[in-house]
Design a binder for this molecule. Structure first.
Ligand SMILES: [Ca+2]
Ligand SMILES: [Ca+2]
Ligand SMILES: [Ca+2]
Length: 301
């Protein structure tokens, strides 16, 4: 994550003196070595928070900035990992994006994120849409069970279910956590929604590669890919086995509010309306017949 005012950089904007695999390899080595020196490393906590803890450990003089010597020294002495110097220099060049010869916590977090994200899958439009249907259906199903219902296609409601710390932003850990969690959660197993697909979804939603997902980013994405309220996309119809094509128009032209109210009626209430119509119909017929008779025109009934 970077500060609000500055647009986060993308992977392609960083200097690369070594392949992405090599750079990512060093980051993963740091990542793996860290739990051995710091029990506070919390795998359930957010990625960015963990990189911050690691950074603070590397920042031995506590200045909030690392220079190259401090960085190289800390890797050897704090993490006790052995990284070839050219790999280390390449990672440094990648991380110090603004070439200030110092690395800030924000630069460090963001660079580690970009290197890991680059390996995450890039999914096609169809795949992303089908993942959105899975999430939508699971949210409607699971949250209606626990009494805090979610309306199909109400992506803002679903956002709030994911945003467990109510920060107004999502971290990948929140997306994955709520997707897998049961009561309250979507209770989705690997076979329903693989981690591969979750990572691909995340990569697609975090459009600016900032490391977190804002409400705007999320809503923008869901508007393009998710099933919408009151209107199933062709894709979700296909997924649900509903035939495509122009079906009979059941509802008259209602505005959104009327349609929402109409859809909120329980089946019993709908049945009651239909029965009332049914009961009323013979009276209308009789009235029309008698009206016709009055006009001396018995053929119209
Ligand atoms: Ca810098
Ligand atoms: Ca959050
Ligand atoms: Ca973002």
């Amino acid at each position: 994550m970077v500060s609000e005012a500055i647009k986060p950089t993308t992977h392609a904007a960083h200097e690369q003196l070594a392949s992405t695999e090599v750079l990512r390899g060093v980051v993963l080595q740091m990542h793996e070595a860290f739990p051995k020196v710091c029990l506070a490393w919390n795998l359930k906590s957010s990625m960015n928070k963990n990189w911050k803890i690691l950074f603070e450990r590397l920042d031995t003089d506590g200045s909030g900035r690392l220079d190259y010597d401090e960085f190289a020294g800390a890797l050897a002495e704090v993490l006790k990992i052995d990284v070839p110097e050219d790999h280390l220099k390449a990672l440094w060049a990648y991380v110090d994006h603004d070439k200030s010869a110092l690395v800030s916590i924000e630069e460090f977090q963001h660079a580690c994120y970009l290197l890991l994200l680059d390996e995450w899958p890039t999914l096609g439009e169809d795949r992303l849409s089908s993942i959105c249907v899975v999430i939508n259906d699971a949210a409607v199903h699971e949250f209606s069970k626990e009494g805090s219902g979610v309306m199909s296609g109400n992506w803002f409601q679903i956002f709030n279910k994911f945003d467990t710390d109510e920060s107004g932003r999502l971290g990948f850990e929140e997306l994955e956590g709520v997707a897998r969690m049961r009561d309250p959660g979507l209770n989705l197993a690997q076979k329903d929604l693989s981690t591969h697909d979750l990572k691909g979804l995340w990569k697609a939603i975090d459009a600016d590669c900032s490391g977190d997902v804002t409400v705007d980013e999320y809503m923008h994405f869901m508007k393009a890919h998710g099933p919408q309220m009151h209107q199933l996309t062709d894709y979700s119809k296909k997924m649900r086995g509903i035939s495509l094509g122009e079906g009979p128009k059941v509802l008259p032209d209602l505005n959104d509010e009327e349609r929402e109210a109409a859809e909120a009626l329980p089946v019993a209430a709908l049945r009651w309306v239909v029965l009332r119509m049914h009961d009323a119909f013979p009276k209308i017929c009789l009235a029309r017949v008698s009206a016709s008779f009055d006009r001396g025109d018995p053929g119209t009934a």
